[in-house]
Design a protein. Structure first.
Length: 273
């Protein structure tokens, strides 16, 4: 039987959201390694992907305090698994649709040739921590109804015994065109059965939800207190080809690895080990 998704995205919409389209961010190509990069820095007022971690509190585009410059902040919400997400309207249509938009962060990552996704996160206020938290990237493909999962893939970074302090950069390999499931990924069907090597690229031909959160799959966490979180510089790297401009049509995304950020940073951003 297919897994039915019940997440914080099902909470009734009760807060204003920044209106944003899908244009903006910065794109560049790197001829030396044949890799292209798209980064939403928020510095030009754009809001590609409508990344959010709650539908019950406002999303605030802060003009300062990011890594560097502008960033998105959400705070004053409780959650067992604080998670940022970018969601396509194909996911649970009719439920909190104000928080959904097609962008480069969802859609056809196989055709685009996505190789990695990199993001800067800041835990400004910790609710409840635990020694078993880590940062996890999750990708979902839904069935035609949008309410049952076809495929689910997660990649979890090393444990974080203590809450990270300040802005931290997290990098996840994707390799959408790999002939096998890349190392480190847990890839399953909606019923929990293992996905196959042959299904990996097929799965990434249509991503309906991309999320990055402070949790490890299968672990339970307390939900006491409230969080304040920040997100900045959401980078997606993909194979050489025309640089995509996000539009209202799902756009593929993928990258083989991280590439240097085309902007200065106010201080070093340690990469978790």
């Amino acid at each position: 039987m297919k897994k039915s998704v019940t997440t914080f995205f099902l909470i009734a919409l009760s807060a204003a959201v920044l209106g944003a389209g899908n244009d903006g961010g910065s794109a560049r190509s790197t001829p030396s390694d044949q890799t292209n990069t798209f980064i939403e820095t928020y510095d030009d007022g754009t809001d590609v992907g409508l990344w959010h971690c709650s539908v019950n509190v406002p999303r605030i585009l802060e003009t300062n305090g990011g890594n560097p410059g502008a960033y998105i902040q959400q705070g004053g919400f409780s959650s067992h698994v604080p998670t940022w997400a970018s969601i396509s309207p194909r996911f649970q249509p009719g439920v909190n649709d104000t928080y959904k938009i097609d962008s480069i962060y969802t859609g056809d990552w196989t055709t685009l040739g996505v190789t990695s996704i990199i993001v800067d996160l800041n835990i400004i206020q910790v609710a409840t921590w635990g020694t078993d938290r880590a940062v996890t990237l999750e990708l979902l493909q839904m069935d035609d109804t949008g309410f049952n999962v076809n495929y689910d893939a997660t990649y979890t970074l090393p444990d974080l015994p203590e809450p990270p302090v300040g802005w931290q950069t997290y990098s996840f390999p994707v390799d959408a065109n790999s002939p096998t499931i890349p190392d480190g990924w847990v890839f399953t069907h909606g019923d929990g059965s293992p996905g196959t090597d042959a299904e990996w690229s097929q799965f990434l031909h249509r991503i309906d939800l991309t999320s990055i959160g402070f949790y490890k799959p299968g672990f339970a966490y307390p939900g006491l207190g409230t969080w304040i979180l920040g997100i900045d510089n959401i980078e997606i790297d993909f194979q050489a080809g025309p640089t995509p401009t996000p539009s209202l049509t799902p756009t593929p995304t993928s990258t083989p690895g991280a590439t240097p950020r085309p902007r200065p940073t106010p201080h070093p951003r340690p990469m978790p080990h």
